[in-house]
Design a protein around this ligand. Structure first.
Ligand SMILES: Nc1ncnc2c1ncn2[C@@H]1O[C@H](COP(=O)(O)OP(=O)(O)O)[C@@H](O)[C@H]1O
Ligand SMILES: [Mg+2]
Length: 353
């Protein structure tokens, strides 16, 4: 059965194909109907290949809530993801955090659209392409995910000297694994690293933030940091997974390298616990780790194979997929019109970090 959220979204968008499914929602590739119809009217007869190219440029990922306003799911799922991305994080785009375009949540219907990351998630990439992992790529993932966490936890970015910002809401992710790290094509403007994909942290369905903890007003920030420590530990696990995949691919040199040592060190934060490590200690661990990771990725600097680069950059939607969207009719007339007529919120402004 179509969820109400999916029907609501279908009023303004065409669905192109399914991307994934989780405990609280389903993700699809989609395109705004007005934009798509305009491209079709303008280019269908005159320049069909340009029409497909323009349509591909407009694709977004949408995630629908499967639950119909179930209060028992408060604090997790798409409604939670929307409030974290729109209330806890600053509205400016950050390169390591999934870019939110639009969202809708009226208590019954909830969906959000994000930038389509052509490389999919790191978990799928590892399965499809285990031989595509050079050691310096593991450091690259570590560096970029640690940068995402430093921003998420403390608002620390390069331009503020990687310092904790008093205005930051101490957001923790709560579900960090390879399936929630999305890959985009290598940046060519000098802000990326070699031909490596951009790593973006996504899926904030289980995220939380300090000021939202009204239910535990006496708990101080140090108590709350347990979930942040777990995020760091989860990054450690992702790096271990990547290392294992690389070793299975035959490059056993890493066994003697710094990699395992540093991964280990990251893991010990978990054992130290939030009380001992504290806010500054956690930020320092992330910043120290970023510095080692950056040095190592530069020292090793093995490029990713051209096949892997092409796989990540390829927009995986065919001309036929795009043609099909115009053949499907919405046909959701049984749902009350008034319920579906409210409009979504646009989100995120672009700034340079
Ligand atoms: N913006 C996106 N770009 C590329 N793939 C996506 C995007 N959003 C979702 N996906 C795919 O769908 C899967 C599920 O999406 P996710 O946001 O992790 O939701 P959940 O795990 O809660 O279902 C992801 O692991 C990824 O493979
Ligand atoms: Mg997920």
């Amino acid at each position: 059965m179509l969820s109400l959220s999916r029907v609501h979204f279908g009023k303004t968008h065409y669905e192109v194909r399914k991307l994934g499914e989780g405990a609280f929602g389903e993700s699809y590739l989609a395109i705004n109907k007005t934009d798509a119809d305009q491209f079709r009217a303008r280019l269908y007869k005159t320049d069909r290949s340009r029409m497909y190219a323009e349509l591909r440029e407009q694709l977004v990922a949408v995630k629908f809530s499967l639950q119909q306003g179930n209060p028992e799911n408060d604090g997790v799922g798409i409604e939670n993801e929307i409030s974290v991305l729109t209330e806890a994080l600053p509205p400016e785009e950050h390169p390591r955090i999934i870019k939110l375009y639009q969202c809708f949540d009226d208590g019954h219907i909830a969906w959000l659209t994000t930038k389509y990351m052509t490389g999919g998630d790191l978990g799928d990439f590892l399965e499809l392409y285990p031989e595509g992992i050079p050691e310096s790529f593991i450091w690259h993932v570590g560096y970029q995910v640690a940068a995402a966490l430093a921003f998420l936890f403390f608002g620390a970015i390069v331009s503020n000297g990687m310092t904790a910002q008093p205005s930051a809401n101490c957001v923790c992710h709560g579900d960090l694994h390879a399936g929630n790290l999305f890959l985009g094509p290598a940046k060519t403007d000098g802000t990326g690293f070699g031909n490596y994909p951009e790593i973006v942290l996504a899926d904030f369905g289980e995220a939380d933030w300090y000021v939202s903890r009204e239910q535990a007003p006496d708990a101080g920030i140090v108590d709350f940091l347990g979930r942040h420590v777990r995020d760091v530990h989860d990054l450690n696990i992702v790096m271990e997974e990547l290392t294992n995949a690389m070793m299975a691919g035959g490059d056993c040199l890493a066994r003697d390298s710094m990699l395992l040592n540093v991964i280990d060190r990251l893991g010990t934060i978990r054992n130290t616990g939030p009380r001992k490590v504290g806010k500054q200690g956690l930020l320092r661990a992330l910043v120290d780790f970023m510095s080692i990771a950056d040095t190592e990725r530069r020292r090793l600097d093995n490029p990713m194979s051209e096949n892997a680069v092409a796989l990540i950059a390829a927009n995986k939607v065919s001309d036929d997929d795009l043609e099909m969207i115009f053949c499907r009719s919405a046909g959701h007339s049984r749902v009350k019109k008034s319920k579906l007529d409210q409009t979504a919120r646009d989100w995120r402004v672009t700034v340079a970090w």
